[in-house]
Structure formats: structure tokens, C-alpha cells
Design a protein around this ligand. Structure first.
Ligand code: SF4
Ligand code: SF4
Length: 589
């Protein structure tokens, strides 16, 4: 045996008692190359906690963790990535997939610690010297792993669609639906943002797997108006989609529509339920709009006997009377109502509560009552001349059109208001061959209408007159003279929007044949008065926002009559909550 072989083990043991070399003699500071991938940095205000970085990391180096003080809110999970540098291989896939581009890498690589815990930290949360580093690696347009543009939807061109009430959006083809579905990062932030909590990532996955039967089942688990929502939903989910931070958010609404459009012939068989044991409990629902019918659908799945009372001749509520056919054809609503009836819900139309049957009697005859009568009374402006024959209320105008009327409204129409009803009125008036001008007292930024609606209205020729309000309407020579005044924006009011203030001496007159006021709607309070149900300070039914209970035992309220004028999916969400809560009540829980 050589002498070196005998000495070597002792030499190695000697090293075991020395301090680690790197701590004893730290390297001299030396900057990394400008694009070197060093430790991560994260802009916590921009990050929405989508977890896409965690999902892509092949080394399981990222955990999404709670961070003190970070709020959990719609469109933000409140979680933030924590990175384990014992696992990270600095590949930067997480940076290239980050939808908000909040995540980057510094070029700092010179950091020494002998405490293993130090090597797991929350970039941006656990303060580090390189947090403000400008140098390092960032995703670029070329390296970003998400396609920023939407797959395009087929639609009817503005110059053709403005001549009729035919549906204008034509839906995705299989090719474009697959292309669009591939953009989903499956973060699930959309689920929380959706008022009815639709499982968006799962139904988009079903499209990718080309399993539309499964996709349809997922849709109906949370929303019996999926076909309508695929056309007219205000898409809270798309607002929360983190892909929208840099590109266009996923076209979730159109993907939903793709599933329903392509399962029409198998819908009945897929949604057919096994015989559900009857509970023997009876539930009355007042109002056959989206909230009431949704509640009825899920209550019948719990095994309760459900009867819906509707004052109009047809069920559908605001979906039918408030949304023109070019956005939502009647046949779509009819198909969805058939599914609800097939689930066992009985709908009695043409019944006026308080006239044909008293609210008191319904309360006595049923084990539970859900009030979902909507907010169907349109309000007008308190200005002189609002009662002239050529001045109309927005909801009444839309209702007439939904019933097939095509009134002659003359060559020029003024629409007052900036919400979705005003856009529906304006675009309907265009289709009645009138020149249309929308008058709105705030600026475009404050308009409550959906941006898409405003864009489409413009494409169809609607003209907008912002910061303007009517003050008086007179009639002369068969035409309306609408005296308006210019406004400027002052301090924010209780709605958070800046309050419009009149500018002295700015009056001017617009001549028109028709004027439609689309400025708001309120709740008919007759049922509340008759049954002793409390209203809140806005005149809406006062119900608990989670359990939908009112001040009367066994009486629940939801939809627009409880929230005030809202979108269809908001009403569907309260209907679903009410079904759960009523079932709890009837089960003695
Ligand atoms: S992918 Fe980006 S936005 Fe999403 S959690 Fe990670 S760092 Fe935040
Ligand atoms: S750089 Fe690569 S290994 Fe490191 S956390 Fe990001 S994805 Fe994971």
C-alpha cells in the first residue's frame, strides 16, 4: 500500500472541521452579464396569484403561498409564488409563461447563506437586495409562451347586420375553438369571478379533449342558461382572466357557446336525470326570469315540486324582453326553458300576483317561496316634456320590439343613457332605420355599458354625445326639440364615478323624431307590500346576500328585485344560491 493511501483519509477528516470555504473567503462582488438569469423578482401589485408559474415549473420549485397583507379578491387569489432555490434550475419557463409579466429574474447570482431556509423565499415579498434590479431576464414578445390574440369569431358585417334583427355573432368553428382553448392557462381565477362559479378551466379542457358531452355536463352543473350566457354574458370571468393583462383575455363566453351550439342534438339525452326521489315539499317561484328559472331547475334536482308564476305570456324575463334578438335569438331562450321544464319545473304564465292570485295565498300554500320578479319598471327623467308621445322609456321600447313590433320611429332618434339598455335601444333603433345619437351625461370612461357593446354600436353607426344631458323636450312641427346642456366632471359621488356638473350658458337644441330614456329601472313593490316583505333603502327586496332569506320565514328573494338592475349571470348566480338555501331550509338545516 502506498503512503498516500494511508494519509488521505486523515487529510479529508481535517477538512471536516474547517469552516466552509465560501463563507470563510467570500468571492469579490462581480456583476453578472446583463441578461443573466439570477434570483427572481416579482412585482406583487401586478401579480394576481394565478399560479401559472407553479404549474409550468418542471422542478416543482414553486409553491403558491399566502402572503400577509395581500388581499384575496376577485381576479386575484391573494397567493404569491415562493421559490425553492434548492430545486430551481434557472430555466425561466415561469417568467416566460407569467401572464401578467410580473415575474422576472435579476442578474444577481452572488449570495451566500449557510441556512437552508434562506433559499426558499417569496420574490418581492421577502425583501432582497436585488428586488429593484433593472438587469436580468424578462419575457419578450418572442419568448412569451401565451398567444396574445384571440382566435377570431365569425360575425355579420356592420353594414349588413344594421338592416335586420338577425343574430350577428355566428360562433366558433371547431378549428377556431381549439385554437382559442389552447390559450387557457387553467389558473381558475375565472371560477371565483363568475357569479355562478362556472368551472371554466374544466369545460375549456373538455373542448381541448374534444369531449363536448362532458363540456355540456360541466356547464349545466352551475348554469342552466349556458346557451344564452355564451352569447350575452357580461363575462366577469374574462375580466379576471390574467391573460388579459398583456393580450386579449380568453374568449370564455364564445367557448361556452361553442359547446352548446355543437351539442344541440344530444342535449336532452345528456341532461336527462335519473328519477330523483320526491321530497314532498312544494316551492313557489314568482317570476320566470333567469333567477327564478335557475332556482327552479336546481330545486327540482333536489327533488322538490316547483311551480313558477309569471305575469307575461312567455317565460324568460329580461332575457326575452330586454335583450334584442340580434344578440339573443328567442329560439335559444325557448330551448333553455324546455330543459328546465323537462327537469320537472312547472311554469304558469299570464298570472299576475295580487290580481289573479294573492301573495298571501301563495305564502300559505307552499313550503317555501322564492321571489324573483326582476326590476322591470323603467324610470324616466324628470324633465319637462318626458310625457310627449314620441318620448319612450327604454325597457318598454325593447319589450315592444321583443314582441315583434317594428315601430316607425322616424329619421332621427336620441337615446338618453350610457348603460347596456341604452346600447340595446340605440342598436335596435338603428335596425329600425333611424339615425341614432346617444346622449350621456358623463364621459365614455364612466359608461356602465360593456366596451364591446359600445364598439359594436359605433360600428353600426351610432353617434355618441358625451357630457351632455337633456333639460327640456318640446314638440314643434311634428318633431322633438330636445334642449340639452353640456356637463363637466366634478368630484366622485357615492358610486365612485365623477359627478357631472352643468356648465352655465352651454345650452343647445337637438332636433329628433323620437327620444328614448334608458336611464334606469326599479322594482315593482306591490308583492312586498301585500306580503309584508321588507325593502331596503333602494326599494329592492331586502335579503341576505348569501342565503337570500328575507324577513319572513320561508320567503327568499333574488335576481334584480334583490340586487337592483344587474346582468343575467348575476341573476343566475342568486337563483343558484337561493336553490341551495331553500333546500337547506326545507331539509331543516
Ligand atoms: S404566473 Fe405571474 S401572475 Fe401568475 S402567480 Fe406567477 S408570478 Fe403571479
Ligand atoms: S426558473 Fe425554471 S426551475 Fe426555476 S422556478 Fe422558474 S420554472 Fe421553476
Amino acid at each position: 500500500m502506498k503512503l498516500r493511501d494511508i494519509i488521505s483519509p486523515f487529510y479529508a477528516w481535517k477538512r471536516a472541521f474547517e469552516k466552509p470555504f465560501t463563507i470563510m473567503r467570500p468571492r469579490k462582488d462581480r456583476e453578472g452579464a446583463p441578461a443573466y438569469r439570477g434570483f427572481h423578482i416579482n412585482d406583487l401589485g401586478k401579480c394576481v396569484g394565478c399560479g401559472t408559474c407553479e404549474a409550468i415549473c418542471q422542478n416543482a420549485a414553486i409553491d403558491m403561498v399566502e402572503i400577509p397583507g395581500q388581499e384575496t379578491k376577485r381576479g386575484d387569489s391573494g397567493l404569491r409564488p415562493s421559490i425553492d432555490y434548492g430545486r430551481c434550475c434557472w430555466c425561466a419557463l415561469c417568467v416566460d409563461v407569467c401572464p401578467t409579466t410580473s415575474l422576472g429574474m435579476s442578474n444577481e447570482y452572488n449570495w451566500i447563506s449557510d441556512d437552508g431556509e434562506d433559499w426558499v423565499f417569496i420574490p418581492g415579498g421577502d425583501q432582497k437586495p436585488w428586488d429593484m434590479s433593472e438587469k436580468g431576464y424578462r419575457s419578450t414578445d418572442e419568448s412569451w409562451l401565451i398567444e396574445p390574440a384571440r382566435a377570431s369569431m365569425r360575425f355579420v358585417k356592420p353594414d349588413i347586420r344594421r338592416k335586420n334583427f338577425d343574430e350577428m355573432m355566428l360562433g366558433y368553428t371547431t378549428e377556431t375553438a381549439l385554437e382559442e382553448a389552447a390559450r387557457c392557462v387553467e389558473c381558475g381565477l375565472c371560477i371565483e369571478a363568475c357569479p355562478t362559479h362556472m368551472d371554466v378551466p374544466q369545460y375549456i379542457r373538455a373542448i381541448r379533449d374534444q369531449d363536448l358531452e362532458e363540456g355540456l355536463r360541466i356547464l349545466y352543473d352551475t348554469n342552466p342558461f349556458s346557451e344564452s350566457c355564451g352569447r350575452v354574458c357580461t363575462a366577469h370571468c374574462e375580466t379576471a382572466c390574467p391573460v388579459g393583462a398583456q393580450g386579449r383575455p380568453l374568449a370564455i363566453r364564445w367557448l361556452k357557446r361553442y359547446i352548446t351550439d355543437n351539442t344541440l342534438d344530444i342535449r336532452d339525452s345528456i341532461l336527462e336525470t335519473e328519477d330523483i326521489p320526491a321530497t314532498g315539499k312544494k316551492v313557489a317561484i314568482l317570476g320566470a326570469g333567469p333567477a327564478g328559472l335557475t332556482a327552479g331547475f336546481y330545486l327540482s334536482h333536489y327533488g322538490h315540486e316547483v311551480r313558477v308564476f309569471e305575469q307575461e305570456d312567455k317565460p324568460g324575463g329580461m332575457l326575452l324582453s330586454g335583450i334584442p334578438e340580434y344578440r339573443l335569438p328567442d329560439e335559444v331562450i325557448a330551448r333553455e326553458i324546455k330543459v328546465i321544464e323537462d327537469a320537472g319545473v312547472e311554469i304558469k304564465t299570464g298570472v299576475r300576483i295580487g290580481k289573479d292570485i294573492s301573495a298571501r295565498r301563495i305564502l300559505d300554500d307552499y313550503d317555501a317561496v322564492f321571489i324573483s320578479v326582476g326590476a322591470q319598471v323603467g324610470t324616466d327623467m324628470p324633465v319637462e316634456g318626458n310625457d310627449l308621445p314620441a318620448v319612450h322609456i327604454g325597457l318598454d321600447f325593447l319589450d315592444r320590439i321583443s314582441k315583434g313590433e317594428r315601430p316607425d320611429i322616424g329619421k332621427k332618434t336620441i337615446v338618453v343613457g350610457g348603460g347596456n339598455t341604452a346600447m340595446d335601444v340605440a342598436r335596435s333603433a338603428v335596425r329600425l332605420d333611424s339615425e341614432v345619437e346617444v346622449v350621456y351625461r358623463r364621459s365614455e370612461k364612466e359608461m356602465p355599458a360593456n366596451v364591446e357593446e359600445v364598439e359594436e354600436a359605433r360600428e353600426e353607426g351610432v353617434v355618441f354625445n358625451f357630457l351632455t344631458t337633456p333639460e327640456k323636450i318640446t314638440e314643434s312641427g311634428g318633431r322633438l326639440q330636445i334642449t340639452c346642456r353640456r356637463m363637466r366632471l366634478g368630484e366622485p359621488d357615492s358610486s365612485g364615478r365623477r359627478r357631472p356638473e352643468a356648465i352655465e350658458g352651454s345650452g343647445f337644441t337637438i332636433e329628433a323624431d323620437t327620444c328614448v330614456m334608458a336611464i334606469g329601472q326599479k322594482v315593482e313593490d306591490e308583492i312586498a307590500r301585500e306580503a309584508g316583505i321588507k325593502l331596503n333603502k333602494w326599494g329592492n327586496f331586502d335579503a341576505d346576500p348569501e342565503r337570500m332569506t328575507t324577513n319572513i320565514d320561508g320567503v327568499f328573494a333574488g335576481g334584480d328585485c334583490e340586487t337592483g338592475p344587474n346582468d343575467a349571470v348575476g341573476a343566475i348566480g342568486t337563483g343558484k344560491k337561493a336553490a341551495w338555501s331553500i333546500n337547506e331550509y326545507l331539509s331543516g338545516r
